[in-house]
Design a protein around this ligand. Sequence first.
Ligand SMILES: Cc1cc2nc3c(=O)[nH]c(=O)nc-3n(C[C@H](O)[C@H](O)[C@H](O)COP(=O)(O)OP(=O)(O)OC[C@H]3O[C@@H](n4cnc5c(N)ncnc54)[C@H](O)[C@@H]3O)c2cc1C
Length: 373
Amino acid sequence: MPLCLASDDQYDAAIIGAGPAGSGAAIALARAGKRVVIAEKASFPRVKVCGEFISPAATPSLERLLTARQLRRADAQRVHELIIEFGERRASWAMPEPAWVLSRATLDMVLLDEARRAGAEVRQPAIVRDVEYGADHASVTLDDGAVIRASVVLHADGKGRFDPARDTPNRPGVVGRKVQLRVPVGGPDLSGIRMRACDGAYVGSVGVECGLVTVALVARSSLVAKFKGAGDDAADAMLAHLWPGYDPAWRETAWLSCGVAGSRYIRSGHERSFRLGNSAAAVEPVGGEGIGLALWSGATLADLLVSGRSLGAVQSEFARAYRRRLRWRRPACRAAAWVLEKPRVMGALWPLLSREERAEAVIAPWYALTGKA
Ligand SMILES: Cc1cc2nc3c(=O)[nH]c(=O)nc-3n(C[C@H](O)[C@H](O)[C@H](O)COP(=O)(O)OP(=O)(O)OC[C@H]3O[C@@H](n4cnc5c(N)ncnc54)[C@H](O)[C@@H]3O)c2cc1C
């Protein structure tokens, strides 16, 4: 049965979550004339633990949903080089194409505004409490008791919480953290994208809009446990240990923490239920692929849903497309994270990584692997 409007009080699609996956799907479905409702539990703008670097491989997905003009108006930055730091050593690599950088507070708000403009209805703040699937529709219950009827439900909540048997698992023993800095005039230049390799952690930093620098890191819990004490002070001490040039006086925001999703592709359990973004699969957050996968999955699923195929055929085709997209990305991101967390391996590879002409032998195939569908 293809996706079609069953009655006046029924939406074509109810979407749970307005991260890049949910809003991406909402924009593409609404532009195709589908009746869409999106429920988001947080009020925007909201801060999210994320390094806020969007892989150049995701540029086509991003620019399909937002124009370069919209991105520039939101003060999105363009970056051309990736800097790798290891102890006192530093190497810079030209990226195969420039990448967009925008804070999640702004990006998610701009995407949701575009979904609204395209015709999607937005319920916010609205927490989805329950989803039930019937033969000809699904019912989504919100925290205020309202019930939304829809032909399909798109689970873009980042975890897949409504499918407990298939909840997206966090990688055991690792923690994600984020903070934003304002570096004073005369301080170090932190523009562009930097990735710092450390013992048991990797730290990314990127210059976002309004002169702020976002720092996000993934660290083993055993390392985090060494920095006991009050929240922000302990996190500052850990960052100063990983990055000796860090000055806690630059910190503009409180630290945020979260688990780090790490999963195989998880298919939904019902024909009317689709999982996308992190709810379907996550990659190691090392190459800016998380936002890219989320945007790509939203737009790809929307295209399939409006193609006139049966829901069963859409399920199979979407799963195939996801697996193709992950085939090289997931191992490539995992391997990059593994190398960055191991000083001995980094030290052994440094002669290769630090010479631009040799580094191209690494970065070009890496982006070719991760950047192709
Ligand atoms: C430390 C760290 C650094 C990272 N750095 C990067 C990076 O630099 N670049 C990159 O591309 N990726 C990065 N990622 C990964 C990236 O953040 C995720 O892949 C991305 O957020 C997934 O988007 P999504 O839309 O699937 O889910 P999310 O962004 O998690 O959005 C889910 C939305 O659903 C809402 N929601 C949840 N439950 C409900 C409910 N019951 N009812 C209503 N709404 C609900 C939430 O409020 C949220 O807005 C990083 C991740 C971590 C942990």
